[in-house]
Design a protein around this ligand. Structure first.
Ligand SMILES: NC(=O)c1ccc[n+]([C@@H]2O[C@H](COP(=O)([O-])OP(=O)(O)OC[C@H]3O[C@@H](n4cnc5c(N)ncnc54)[C@H](OP(=O)(O)O)[C@@H]3O)[C@@H](O)[C@H]2O)c1
Length: 330
């Protein structure tokens, strides 16, 4: 079968992504060995960590220029040599930026037929699980706490805020632009939202969190982290989930000047990786799915379309153009 693919063509470390970083090619799909499936890729997930994987920083397996760009996706089995995954099965896995993927059946999971299909790339997938474990295991909010979230209108941040509300906290989100801030307060039930593009962040945190911040869930880093550190309460927990403000920078900023407030407030700042909790993913997914079904957890998807648009769609998460979980339908 003729297969169109996008390959990694450069290392974008220290700069923004460009169209030259990817190269389009065509190849024939390989014949299936025993225990394999041929998957038609239908829906792709876009995650900031994909740029880090091209740069070979962090925890993921090394990548090389000339290989198919890695990506999690959902697709349909159209050929199979595995009895447990017949033709027609919907599967999720690391399918990559290509029209068809030859996969070992053991390397993909069956997507439940529960009407929540695309959610398995968002609130029931990597971003939802990141929110769940980062908040509950590292942030540990208790009723009455004030939880501050950066990147709050994004796939991870929007789930963090809603889970924090479910745990009885007061929740303040930081996001870019009035439309995203309105959505946080009026549709997700955040208590307040700060538009970091149009407000003085430190003054706005002080105003929205008069008793100080008990839990700060940070997706952004840089000056937003520094401003939040100035506003922490006694025994605060700062959860370092991501630092998207630095992912395109050639020269990294000096450490946050306000870190010494950790001493005065006897606070802790911890990083985490969602993969550390893999053994508990199934249990977390069933709790998240129940909240979605009850209407307690709402999510938004930003679905682009077309194979041609794949590289430009990854850039959207770095430019803040995505409003909700970034996906692309082939
Ligand atoms: N630790 C882990 O295991 C783990 C796992 C998954 C993801 N993460 C991290 O979680 C974070 C969110 O990922 P996601 O997939 O949910 O993406 P996302 O939040 O849906 O999209 C990224 C958002 O980041 C914001 N942003 C981009 N550049 C920014 C800047 N310079 N300053 C402030 N905000 C900026 C934009 O929102 P605005 O329009 O509001 O600017 C954009 O919509 C990332 O930092 C990612 O690396 C960590």
């Amino acid at each position: 079968m003729l297969n169109e693919q996008w390959l990694i063509n450069a290392n974008p470390r220290g700069r923004a992504l460009s169209s030259e970083d990817f190269k389009r090619t065509q190849t024939e799909t390989a014949a299936l060995a025993e225990g394999q499936v041929l998957v038609r890729v239908d829906l792709l997930s876009f995650d900031p960590s994909q740029k880090g994987q091209m740069e070979n920083i962090g925890y993921a397996a090394a990548t090389e220029q000339g290989q198919v760009m890695r990506a999690t996706g959902i697709g349909e089995v159209i050929e199979s040599t595995d009895d447990k995954m017949p033709v027609g099965t919907q599967v999720l896995g690391s399918l990559g930026w290509q029209q068809y993927a030859v996969m070992n059946a053991s390397a993909v999971e069956i997507v439940p037929d529960d009407g929540l299909q695309s959610a398995y790339l968002g609130p029931l997938g990597g971003t939802g699980l990141t929110a769940y474990f980062g908040l509950f295991r590292v942030g540990c909010p208790v009723p009455g706490d004030t939880v501050l979230v950066s990147g709050a209108a994004g796939a991870t941040g929007s789930v963090v805020g809603q889970l924090a509300k479910l745990s009885g906290a007061r929740v303040v989100g930081i996001a870019g632009g009035p439309q995203k801030c309105d959505w946080l307060v009026h549709e997700l039930g955040f208590d307040a939202a700060i538009d970091y593009k149009n407000e003085s962040v430190k003054a706005a945190i002080r105003a929205a969190c008069p008793g100080g911040v008990n839990v700060f869930f940070d997706n952004v880093g840089g000056s937003i982290l520094n401003d939040a550190l100035a506003c922490i309460a006694l025994n605060a927990r700062i959860v370092i989930c991501g630092g998207i403000s630095r992912y395109e920078q050639a020269v990294l900023p000096a450490g946050p000047a306000n870190y010494f407030n950790l001493v005065f407030q006897r606070a802790s700042m911890s990083g985490f990786l969602v993969t550390d909790y893999a053994a508990e993913f199934a249990a977390a997914k069933s709790r998240l799915a129940q909240w979605i079904k009850n209407g307690d957890l709402v999510f938004k998807e930003d679905v682009q379309s077309g194979f041609d648009q794949i590289p430009a769609t990854l850039k959207r998460v770095f430019d803040g153009d995505n409003f909700g979980k970034q996906l692309l339908r082939m």
